[in-house]
Design a binder for this molecule. Structure first.
Ligand code: F0G
Length: 463
């Protein structure tokens, strides 16, 4: 092979498609009506009215044949299901935590850990908030304090580890309120609301050293931990030859415990868990789970769900899987870049986050530019994304005012193993079309606002 020799080989998905689910696109008039009926909130659209569903990667994944085979081996005993023990074994092996409690999804684990560790009046520092995580911390009586590095709030900053914790910010909080008022530092990686941005292992070690010195616990939202591990392998010196499983293990070794929404990394449709090396916390969680979820050997899950999770753990650490997963997002981002579409850089782990402030600069944040943009993209092509801006940020519990986050984003999130490159191309075309028409787009006003997590159920009208 002399002439035309291919130097750099590209990746392809390490699977082929065995089952398909038909999708269809409504016409423009029907999409206009569907958007209006949904109060311009993509969470309120009917799934059958959506063409390409990039709302979330949560529980929307395609399971493997091996996971489906495991579903048939569900042991639906009320107590002591064998699938529980299979799952426990893999949580211990891959997340290297000795104690484990299953829950029906991530927020149930957040609820328990917040109740167990937080006293009213406490402070929880974290690398940017996540909606449900912060709400459970607040409901337990804590005040959340964002201690992420400044770059995380700047969409155009290309820093490789925008999920890092700023130790000066953390130290400032400790000096202000005292370490005794900080039961734990809440660390997530990659950071969802920052655009799927990872933390580095070095930053994690520094945070762990600091926390040890101050006698503050360190807990990890490990929901998309293998994506963080992949970025460490790609970007951090000394990790290029380590496996995803080794990096995941090393990450987890620095925490007292983790909570996980299994609906992401584990490539299942439902599930979550809490795992820890602290026996006392474990015993409390194991007792609490029977109040809110179910017996501690099923935690609100069917035996078959636990089997799919156990098998998903083995698949999530396979390099080819995670490379194809993140490779899809990279492909999407690189295509958008060609058309100068503003989005959060570097390209993140699970989604592209369009920068709605730059996309629709004529719409003030009080008129919900990201909410508007998500609705306009749906109307253009039936592609569904979600708002991650002022609506998601909610109101300050003290003042009752809107919280105006620096980031006003529309998230287009890829379910794992579900869509092809052609789906991405169609999505890019739609975004480019909306971008070309952007000057004609008007903002929204909120006409219904629920008390908790208003982005899920809030309703809007066009101005
Ligand atoms: N932590 C992170 C980082 C998450 O992204 C989520 C959910 C949760 C916790 C809560 O888990 O949904 O299983 O109760 N994120 C979804 C999303 C909803 O679309 O990003 P859950």
């Amino acid at each position: 092979m002399a002439k035309g020799k291919i130097k750099k080989r590209s990746w392809a998905e390490p699977f082929k498609i065995k089952v398909v689910e038909p999708i269809k696109m409504l016409n423009k008039q029907q999409r206009e009506k569907a958007a209006k009926d949904a109060g311009y909130n993509t969470f309120l659209l009917k799934s059958e009215h959506v063409y390409i569903d990039l709302l979330t990667d949560s529980g929307t994944n395609a399971m493997s044949d091996n996971q489906w085979a495991g579903m048939m081996l569900g042991d639906e005993a009320y107590a002591g299901s064998k699938n529980f023990y299979n799952l426990e074994k893999n949580v211990k092996k891959y997340y290297s935590m000795p104690y484990f409690v299953p829950t029906h999804q991530g927020r149930a684990a957040e609820h328990m850990i917040s109740k167990i560790l937080i006293k009213p009046g406490d402070y929880i520092p974290g690398n940017m908030y996540f909606t449900t995580t912060r709400l459970h911390q607040e409901l337990a009586g804590a005040t959340f304090v964002d201690v992420i590095v400044d770059e995380a709030h700047i969409p155009s900053s290309k820093a490789p580890f925008k999920g890092n914790i700023d130790l000066q910010k953390l130290d400032k909080l400790v000096n202000e309120v005292g370490a005794k008022k900080i039961p734990y530092v809440s660390m997530a990686g990659p950071v969802n609301m920052a655009g799927g941005q990872p933390f580095s292992m070095q930053n994690l070690r520094d945070v762990r050293d600091y926390c040890q010195k101050q006698k503050i616990k360190l807990w990890f939202d490990a929901t998309r931990a293998t994506e963080n591990a992949y970025f460490i392998k790609e970007r951090e010196n000394g990790y290029e030859n380590k496996t995803i499983a080794q990096i995941l293990k090393e990450m987890c070794s620095h925490f007292e415990g983790i909570w996980v929404s299994a609906k992401k990394d584990l490539m299942v449709n439902i599930g979550g868990f809490l795992a820890t090396r602290n026996k006392k916390v474990f015993e409390e969680a194991r007792n609490m789970v029977v109040v809110y979820e179910g017996l501690h050997t099923y935690g609100g899950l069917a035996g078959r769900d636990m089997e799919a999770m156990a098998r998903g753990i083995e698949e999530m650490v396979q390099y080819d899987n995670i490379r194809a997963r993140i490779g899809q997002i990279e492909y999407f981002g690189n295509r958008l870049e060609k058309f100068n579409i503003p989005f959060v850089k570097p390209i993140g782990g699970h989604a592209i986050f369009l920068d709605a402030k730059k996309f629709l600069p004529h719409i003030p944040q009080s008129e919900f530019p990201a909410q508007t943009l998500a609705a306009e993209i749906y109307i253009d092509s039936g592609v569904r994304g979600m708002e991650r801006g002022v609506v998601s940020a909610g109101r300050d519990p003290e003042t009752g005012d809107h919280r105006y986050p620096k980031l006003e984003l529309v998230r287009l999130t890829f379910p794992r193993r579900v869509y092809t490159q052609a789906h991405i191309d169609v999505t890019v075309e739609s975004i480019v079309e909306v971008f070309e028409q952007r000057k004609k787009i008007k903002g929204l006003k909120m006409v219904y606002e629920p008390k908790y997590l208003r982005f899920f159920q809030g309703r809007f009208e066009r101005l």
